[in-house]
Ligand binder design. Sequence first.
Ligand code: FAD
Length: 429
Amino acid sequence: KPGVMYMALRVAVIGAGAAGLCAARHLLSKPGTFSPPVVFESGGTVGGTWAYEERVGTYDNGRAIHSSMYQNLRTNLPKEVMMFPDFPFDPELDSFIPHQEVLRYLQQYCAHFNIAPHIRFNTAVERVRPVVMETTDKKPRTEWEVTSSDDAGSERTERFDSVFVCSGYKLYFLKWELMHSHSYRHPDPFSGKTVVVLGAKASAIDISMELSTVAQKVYLSHRPPPLTFPLPPNVTETESIQKIQDDGTVLFQDGRVVSTDSLLLCTGYNFTFPFVSGAELGVRVEADFVGPLYRHLMPPSYPSIFFIGLCTQICPFPHFHCQVQYCLAVLEGSVTLPSVQQMAQESDSWLEDRLRRGVPQRHLLRVEQEQWEYCRALANDANFCQIRDGVRALFQEVWRQRRVHPVLYRKHNYRLISDTQWERIAAHD
Ligand code: FAD
């Protein structure tokens, strides 16, 4: 309004992985509206899960190791699709790249948008609390009290107008014989052993194939439907596990009993936001579900704390890119939100609809095909560029190929040739 002085909004970003860097990049692009953000990062580097760590368990300072990368991981999406829409990967690289290249890309993104000066490394957010303020126009305004602690143990509490939660997924469940893929780094420790791998998503398949090169025997155990591609001779597909018997053998649903050296759980990752109280925000924060949130982003009663990247089976970087820009438009006021009641109703009915359709709780946030329409709606409402149709088409093609052959799909290279079209180009080997 004319004559009214607006203060730039102060925003805290929790995490300097891909989502947190994306939030910081867009916040920095609007200096009049937003103060430079404070990015809290509990680790010592940017990149989040892409910052490979050879060790598993905890760092010397007692904090849990965050990265879930394993030594030989290559991306399961081509870089042409995976990239942030405003920042391409090095064109010289193959389409499917090793994890080191993704980290390098995120470091370049951080340098290009000059984000590093705004990151407080080795500083973990411990608590986030809403503080509702009375204002002269009787409209309550929420500020956020963010308490963080650094490695030296000093604690600090600051106030912000908004918080972007970009802390990724976590799994702090570690044991040797029973291991989660979060703690898998390379196949050597499994040499000559029998291993049961539980799960059939990208990590389970990749790790089983890798293990088959050194292990004596691999059992790939998962729920139906059966796999549709050939497996190496020492990998046997089995039904899911019924129980671990008293003598340590594994009983599968089909009655088969196997004696194994290791059980590797490739069963996905959990949400945990130990620094917020879901009850206080009016949302359920469970291991496999967070919500209901308006547009999978914000609690209807507190539309200035944003959870970036909760949905699964998505194209992560472009998805973050859209979510962040929508949230900034909400904060700026260029998107007008419905009333709290309407947002709650919309979020609840989305959830009820999925439950009615029999979607199990652990898959509620699996958006898959819906992701494109979701991003399109965010871009329409907040008036920013849509994800190119070519990205969607190539993503779907790769997704399809991955189902047909989860190893060979990576041998192709791709190029986007227009907004809507892509082409396959010469393979690298
Ligand atoms: P993260 O990368 O997990 O970053 C979160 C950051 O928050 C971390 O740096 C962490 O230290 C910090 N943090 C957490 N809690 C706190 C706190 N309390 N205070 C301060 N800081 C905190 N995606 C693809 O696009 N292509 C792929 O090929 C692909 N392969 C994958 C393979 C594996 C094994 C895994 C685990 C994921 C893969 N992904 C892939 C998905 C990947 O998770 C996303 O691409 C993306 O990197 C997630 O970014 P994020 O910022 O949400 O989370």
